[in-house]
Design a protein around this ligand. Sequence first.
Ligand code: SF4
Length: 187
Amino acid sequence: MSRPVQYNNHVKFEGIPEGYMGDGFMATRFEKIVSLARKNSIWPRPFATSCCGIEFMATAASHYDIARFGAERMSFSPRQCDLIMVMGTIAKKMGPVLRQVYLQMAEPRWVMAVGACASSGGIFDTYSVLQCIDLVIPVDVYVPGCPPRPEAILDGFLKIQDLVNAEGLRRRNSEQYKELLETYGIQ
Ligand code: SF4
């Protein structure tokens, strides 16, 4: 299996997909090519409601520069994104709104809960705050911290990339995925 080539601590070059190579040709599986392209061209949809959103702004700015991972194209339309990053306290009143945005995203789609509030309600163990966004939508990656530093958000993003790369074309049509969505009442 081809692996990313590590040239130094800061720059990572993606390896070519596993396949057969010879002079002037390379053959691989279509699924591998699609995964490689998807992984490196994720369009995030920031769903920021409070302080964790500020950390995300730092993550997208020049120092941490999420563009290095092919994700600089933020989408504020659920129709044109494939990763929703939920950052901040989600009040129970906001739950249906978050779910609506998720439902408007086309497959394939991924979800990242950024920070303690999105992942567990955080310090707000109160009647009005959703105690984790996975009560309304399925979550792929949880990032701990209050707030998580940009490095932690990037680490979560890399884990999303690993998922995108690994799942290929099949997961979205699998019985397990359909069953997962059914538990949320999503067809
Ligand atoms: S996890 Fe902490 S920093 Fe993030 S939104 Fe909640 S209170 Fe704010």
